[in-house]
Design a protein around this ligand. Structure first.
Ligand code: DX5
Ligand code: ZN
Length: 210
């Protein structure tokens, strides 16, 4: 299972990104919030630019914004791997998918805890990644919603049955305990924030996950 680290709740984001450069993690997860799709407002384009400059890890950009296309056009980072937008935005989903593809990034689509898998079936053959939120988007440090396991069981069955190639990512409230359950459920990428960035020794915490 790959690990993407969210520096949303870091005490010093740049310092943590530099530390993570030498660790075994796979992606730097950046949570972009516009104060409208979610009440929190985080990471200016300028800050994303700065973090991307110092990161040697590829970026997994999670956009919690009402108008993803507006932001996508402002961002021009060579080391982005995934651009993930939310299915719940009141926008033309196919247009967003095409825009991300045209720019050469992998397409991620995120769903909030109350959004059902059935709703997103029409898009599953068009995306590279489905991000399952295991907390309400907006803030780090929340508790993992246990119903996520049921959703994941349904999703992995569907993935096999439909021969889909998208990866599954889970985001929110992940710690050493639920990490193991998610690995068993065939999740491809986990996002870890507070559990790691609250520690003085991220490297040691990562070792404990094995
Ligand atoms: C929440 C964000 C998450 C969050 C993860 O809206 O999408 O990426 O920062 O942090 P933890 O692991 O603290 O829940
Ligand atoms: Zn996130």
């Amino acid at each position: 299972m790959k690990i993407a680290v969210s520096v949303l709740n870091s005490k010093n984001r740049i310092e943590d990104v530099l530390r993570l450069n030498d660790s075994r993690i796979d992606y730097l997860h950046i949570d972009l919030m516009d104060g409208s799709f979610v009440s929190n407002k985080q990471f200016s384009i300028y800050e994303i630019d700065k973090l991307s400059d110092v990161s040697r890890k590829k970026i997994d950009l999670h956009m919690m914004v009402e108008n993803p296309i507006e932001y996508i056009e402002k961002i021009n980072l060579r080391n982005i791997e995934y651009i993930t937008f939310h299915y719940e935005v009141k926008q033309d989903i196919n247009k967003i998918i095409e825009e991300i593809k045209a720019l050469g990034y992998k397409v991620g689509m995120a769903i909030k805890p109350d959004t059902l898998i059935e709703e997103v079936i029409p898009y599953l053959d068009k995306i590279d990644l489905l991000l399952i939120m295991s907390v309400e988007p907006g803030y780090g440090g929340q508790e993992f919603i246990v119903n996520t396991y049921n959703k994941l069981k349904e999703l992995t069955k569907l993935r096999v049955k439909g021969n889909y190639t998208f990866e599954i990512e889970v985001d929110g409230g992940i710690n050493d305990t639920n990490y193991k359950n998610l690995e068993e459920l065939k999740v491809d990428i986990v996002v870890m924030g507070t559990y790691l960035t609250n520690s003085d020794n991220i490297e040691e915490k990562l070792k404990q996950l094995k």
